[in-house]
Design a protein around this ligand. Structure first.
Ligand code: ADP
Ligand code: MG
Length: 346
C-alpha cells in the first residue's frame, strides 16, 4: 500500500466516519482515484447499491483526469502542448477546465491549473525525488510554464471547449478540483436513482444527501486535527446537498534537506505554501468546495476571507494555521452556531 493510500484510509475514517466503526455494515469504503472512497447509507443494501454506482463513476473520471495514467484524456491533452493543435475536450474535462480557469482568474493565478511543471520541480506527480530546493531559475522556468494568461479555452459546442496549450512543457493538473467534480457526478446519479439518505466521501471530498437519521437535519461530520492531538478538531452539520472539502499540509508532502514542503504550491510564486496546516470549505457543490479549499489554503485567512466575501459568499471556510495550536483557527462565511462545534478538549 502506498503512503498516500494508507493516509487516506485514516483520513476517510476520520472525516466520514467521525469516530464510528470502520467496518460498519452501512458504510463501505474502497480504493479508487489514488485515494479512498466511502459511502454511508441507512442500510447495508443501500450502501452496496450506492457503492456500485460510485465505483463506475469514479473509474470513468480517472480515465479523464489522471496525470499518472498516460492514456487519460488529460495526459493526452498535455502531450499537445506547444504543437499548435487545438483539442476539443470531452464534456467532463471541458466543464472542470472552465471552472478551474474561473478560480484561476478570480484568484489571479494563486489557484492555477497549469501548476504541473511547478509540482514536478518540487518532486511531486511522479518526478524523481528532489534533494535540494529548486533554484530561482528552475522556479522561474516553471512559472513561465504556468502562465495561465496564455491559455485560452474556446467554446466549440454547447458542452465542449477546445484548448490549445501554447508552450511546450506546459502541463495542466486538475488534482485540486477533479475529485470534487467526481463526487458531484456520483451525487447527481444517486439522487436520480432515488437515493434519499447518503454521505459520499472521496478522499476528503464529501457531499450529503438527506440526513443520517430521522430529524438529524443532515450529517454530522468531522475535520481532522492536523496536529494529531485528537482525532477530530471540529464537527459540523452538512445539510442536504451541501459539500465539504479539506486541503492539508499533512497528507502529501516531500522532505528536502529536513524541511517539509506540502503539495499545494502558490501558483504566483511556484513555491509550496507554508504556514497553513489545513483549510476546509463548505459549498453547494463538491467541485466548488474542492477548488476553494485549495485556493483558500493558498490565500490564507485575510486574503481568503476577502476572496470568499467577494466571489463566493454562499460558502463558508475554516483555516487552521500551522502554529501547532488548533485554537488559532479562523472562520469565514455564515456558519450557524448550532452547526459548528469546535472540540477544544484533547
Ligand atoms: P487533495 O488532492 O489532497 O485532496 P487538494 O484538493 O488541495 O488536496 O489538491 C491538491 C492538489 O492540487 C495537488 O496535489 C496538485 O495536484 C494540485 N495543486 C497544487 N497547487 C495548486 C495550485 N496552485 N493550483 C491548482 N492546483 C494545485
Ligand atoms: Mg481542492
Amino acid at each position: 500500500m502506498n503512503h498516500r493510500l494508507s493516509f487516506w484510509l485514516l483520513a476517510s475514517f476520520l472525516l466520514g466516519g467521525c469516530g464510528q466503526q470502520l467496518h460498519q455494515s452501512n458504510r463501505i469504503q474502497w480504493p479508487t482515484m489514488g485515494t479512498i472512497a466511502s459511502v454511508r447509507c441507512s442500510t447495508p443494501e443501500d450502501a452496496e447499491a450506492a457503492k456500485r454506482y460510485c465505483e463506475t463513476i469514479f473509474q470513468r473520471q480517472e480515465t479523464i483526469f489522471s496525470v499518472w495514467d498516460g492514456s487519460s484524456e488529460l495526459s493526452q491533452l498535455n502531450l499537445t502542448a506547444g504543437t499548435g493543435a487545438a483539442t476539443a475536450c470531452s464534456k467532463d474535462l471541458s466543464h472542470v477546465l472552465v471552472k478551474a480557469m474561473t478560480l484561476c482568474q478570480e484568484s489571479e493565478g494563486a489557484f492555477n491549473p497549469l501548476i504541473g511543471p511547478a509540482l514536478r520541480i518540487w518532486g511531486f506527480n511522479g518526478a524523481s525525488p528532489v534533494h535540494q530546493q529548486p533554484g530561482n531559475e528552475e522556479i522561474a522556468d516553471a512559472l513561465r510554464l504556468a502562465d495561465w494568461r496564455q491559455l485560452h479555452t474556446i467554446q466549440s459546442s454547447t458542452n465542449s471547449v477546445s484548448v490549445q496549450i501554447p508552450l511546450q512543457g506546459m502541463k495542466l493538473d486538475l488534482g485540486a478540483i477533479a475529485k470534487g467534480y467526481a463526487v458531484d457526478q456520483a451525487y447527481a446519479t444517486l439522487k436520480s436513482a432515488g437515493c434519499s439518505n447518503l454521505l459520499i466521501n472521496l478522499g476528503g471530498n464529501l457531499r450529503a444527501i438527506g440526513e443520517s437519521g430521522k430529524d438529524n437535519g443532515g450529517w454530522w461530520t468531522g475535520i481532522r486535527d492536523p496536529f494529531g492531538k485528537r482525532q477530530v478538531f471540529a464537527r459540523f452539520l452538512l445539510r442536504d446537498g451541501e459539500a465539504v472539502a479539506t486541503s492539508g499540509n499533512y497528507e502529501r508532502f516531500v522532505t528536502i534537506q529536513g524541511r517539509r514542503y506540502a503539495h499545494i504550491i502558490d501558483g504566483r510564486t511556484g513555491i509550496p505554501v507554508r504556514g497553513m496546516a489545513g483549510t476546509s470549505v463548505v459549498a453547494p457543490s463538491a467541485e466548488l468546495a474542492d477548488g476553494l479549499s485549495t485556493t483558500l489554503f493558498i490565500l490564507g485567512v485575510e486574503k481568503g476571507t476577502e476572496f470568499l466575501t467577494r466571489y463566493h459568499p454562499e460558502c463558508r471556510a475554516i483555516w487552521i494555521p500551522d502554529t501547532g495550536k488548533e485554537t488559532d483557527y479562523a472562520i469565514a462565511g455564515n456558519w450557524q452556531p448550532n452547526q459548528l462545534e469546535i472540540l477544544d478538549k484533547p
